[in-house]
Design a protein. Structure first.
Length: 202
């Protein structure tokens, strides 16, 4: 089994930023801060967190989902994160005007969740396994239901407390980015054979 180096490195960096005094405040995205710093924090904000609960829930999902995707295809992982990191921040900027400061990996976690579900579905279809694809589809429906519930209630289903406020717009943007990545990325499978993930829907 391949070691998910990128996933683990990002997790370690997020933990280090949380533990280093002042780092989260410096690297979080702040609507009131302009210039070059604002553009840089579009990416770094995903590695910052409000409190320990927020960090733990985000990192658990990140490590599990990131490992699933990266060990199957580092290219799919890179596409998913490369698309979701700016897209999530852009959605927060445009669709969540009440959010003045954004932190967290949950948007990227949502992207990895969708990418992993479609990856599993595609592999199961290739192996002619009728059960697994429906499990993957059900997982996607569950994520959509979670986002809908968060949007309607303004509450988080998992991490709670402190200054943390759930941002369902970020989760929706992440899910969209994961879907785009899975639809367009060429996946390198375990036997190094290449195929288009769009075959999932054929």
């Amino acid at each position: 089994m391949k070691i998910p180096r990128l996933t683990l490195a990002a997790a370690a960096l997020a933990a280090a930023i949380f533990l280093l005094p002042g780092a989260s405040e410096l690297l979080a995205w702040d609507r009131d801060v302009g210039g070059l710093i604002s553009w840089l924090t579009v990416l770094t904000a995903h590695l910052t967190h409000w409190d320990l609960s927020h960090l733990v829930f985000d990192l658990l999902a990140w490590i599990v989902l990131g490992t699933m995707v990266e060990t199957h295809s580092r290219r799919l992982w890179a596409w998913t994160i490369g698309l979701s990191a700016p897209l999530v921040s852009l959605f927060v900027l445009l669709a969540a005007p009440d959010v003045s400061i954004y932190r967290g990996l949950s948007g990227l976690d949502s992207a990895l969740f969708i990418a992993a579900a479609l990856m599993i579905r595609g592999r199961a279809q290739k192996q002619d396994d009728p059960g697994v694809p429906w499990i993957a589809v059900s997982s996607i429906v569950a994520l959509v239901a979670k986002i809908t519930w968060e949007w309607s209630t303004g509450d988080s289903l998992f991490a709670r407390g402190g200054e943390f406020v759930t941002v369902p717009q970020a989760h929706l943007a992440g899910a969209l980015a994961g879907w785009i990545a899975a639809r367009t990325c060429v996946v390198t499978g375990p036997k190094r054979s290449q195929r288009q993930l769009s075959e999932i829907f054929s």
